[in-house]
Design a protein around this ligand. Structure first.
Ligand code: ADP
Ligand code: MG
Length: 477
């Protein structure tokens, strides 16, 4: 079991040519790297207020604008992929406002090969490792789920290209008696190598784009969860290890300021996206000590990610930040959220289970080995049933034993469990029959007594009647 807090990283997106830089500084000094953001005093209201100017946030590491995709993969994703290969569950999720680089970080940019993001690099790494390890048999599947407006859609559904997202069967959540979450209508597609897995990713991303219309702005408001499922087994062993790696591109985290333009955006803020609001509630509940109820069930996304948040998982969060002046307040919101996430502790356990078919094969072999050993020791080959001849012999022995009045007499059938069991069954039948005989005898005795009583009663009645008749006759005279 590995118990550790969720690892939280920050990545700052490169500034656009015409963007005005906000003021921030990165300090990656161990052991506590920090990001400091400075906000100019808000003079919009015409007076100097007391609002804080500088905000400092701690992260596992901060990746500034020039950080490349390969470094992001090596430092953030590779350790998680390694845990998943070892049989633990893992999750990496990107959180930040629309345009801050979540999709670029998780999936990558399409223009250059070097812009490949965490998903393709992780697939490549995992298949590479699997190929190198010939000590186990691995099976790999992928699934790609999109959650939009509390509805789940299977991005790998082959019917996608032909129909609108709304017409596809909805992915729904089912909970079993052990409170494990199962997703109905979400397909698990087998991928035997990197190329097949990449094709599935590409298919999902294409479906994601087709579904995106200017009307629903799905990309900024939907969550996408790409999951790699790995199961492994050593040849001949009945133990299977199963693990899942969720790579999550969350919806844009932008908030609507209640105070509006001119007021300070950092005061009270509200989410556009309801399920991110529920995610925040779950995170607040998890960060609080002594909270027994965690509201996972409030939204589909928190239900799906239940294990990744406060459960059996190694979880990592990447806060994506746009540091231009206009977005600095959203970036501060993102950092604040990240600080709460960093308090959550997860306990990742090895997911091992026994394959029942293999277990049967193993047990059969064990039985055969033991039988062989027994035959060697006793010098006799035993079948599971006793022969007719052996049964007759046993009946005779038991009969003799029962009839023998010597209290010291014993019944010796040898060290053979089948014969010993047979004797016990025989004794049981014998005793049951005896009990029955006794109770039958008892019943007939009772019957005789009852009849005797009845006879006595009749006699009494007759004698009374007789004496009355005498009396009556006397009166008539
Ligand atoms: P989000 O998914 O958070 O809405 P995107 O990943 O789509 O944001 O990023 C918005 C734009 O910025 C995209 O055109 C993307 O290619 C670009 N971009 C984001 N992060 C980086 C980066 N680190 N380096 C280069 N371009 C980036
Ligand atoms: Mg995006």
């Amino acid at each position: 079991m590995v118990k550790e807090t969720i690892r939280v990283y920050a990545r700052v997106k490169p500034l656009g040519r015409r963007q005005q830089a906000g003021s921030y500084s990165v300090d990656n000094e161990e052991p506590l790297p920090s990001l400091e953001i400075t906000v100019p005093r808000d003079l919009a209201d015409g007076f100097i207020n007391n609002k804080r100017e500088s905000y400092k946030f701690k992260f596992q590491k901060i990746f500034d604008q020039e950080a490349k995709q390969d470094v992001i993969f090596d430092i953030i994703a590779k350790p998680v992929a390694e845990c998943v290969l070892a049989g633990y569950n893992g999750t990496i999720f990107a959180y930040g406002q629309t345009g801050s680089g979540k999709t670029f970080t998780i999936t990558g940019g399409a223009e250059r090969y070097s812009d490949r993001g965490i998903i393709p690099r992780t697939l490549s790494y995992i298949f590479d490792q699997l190929q190198k390890d010939s000590s186990k048999v691995y099976t790999t599947h992928v699934s790609y789920l999109e959650i939009y407006n509390e509805c789940g859609y299977d991005l790998l559904d082959p019917r996608h290209e032909a129909s609108r997202m709304e017409d596809l069967p909805k992915v729904t959540i089912m909970e079993d008696s052990d409170q494990n979450i199962h997703l109905k209508n979400l397909s698990l597609q087998q991928a035997t190598n990197e190329e097949e897995a990449l094709n599935l990713l590409f298919l999902g991303d294409t479906n994601r784009m087709i579904a995106e219309t200017p009307m629903n702005q799905a990309s900024s408001r939907s969550h996408c969860i790409f999951t790699i499922h790995i199961s492994s087994k050593e040849p001949g062993s009945a133990t299977i290890r199963r693990s899942k790696l969720h790579l999550v591109d969350l919806a844009g985290s932008e908030r609507v300021a209640k105070t509006g333009i001119g007021g300070h955006l950092l005061t009270e803020a509200k989410y556009i996206n309801l399920s991110l609001h529920y995610l925040e509630q779950v995170i607040i509940a998890l960060a609080e000590k002594n909270r027994s109820h965690i509201p996972y069930r409030n939204s589909m996304m928190t239900s799906v990610l239940r294990d990744s948040l406060g459960g059996n998982c190694m979880t990592t969060m990447i806060s994506t930040l746009a540091m231009d002046k206009r977005n600095i307040d959203e970036s501060i919101s993102t950092c604040r959220f990240a600080q709460r996430v960093a308090l959550i502790k997860n306990e990742a356990v090895l997911n091992e289970e026994i394959d029942p078919r293999l277990m049967i094969v193993q047990l059969r072999k064990e039985i055969q080995d033991l039988k062989d050993e027994l035959a060697l020791v006793t010098g006799k080959q035993r079948t599971s049933e006793l022969s007719q001849e052996e049964l007759l012999q046993l009946d005779e022995l038991i009969d003799m034993f029962l009839k023998d009045n010597d209290p010291d007499s014993s019944l010796d059938v040898g060290a053979d469990m089948r014969k010993i069991k047979y004797c016990f069954v025989h004794m049981k039948v014998f005793f049951l029959n005896r009990d029955e005989n006794i109770s039958e005898e008892k019943d007939s005795n009772e019957e005789v007594e009852k009849l005797k009583g009845l006879l006595q009663q009749r006699d009494n009645e007759i004698s009374i009647l007789c004496s009355e008749e005498v009396l009556f006759g006397f009166e008539m005279i």
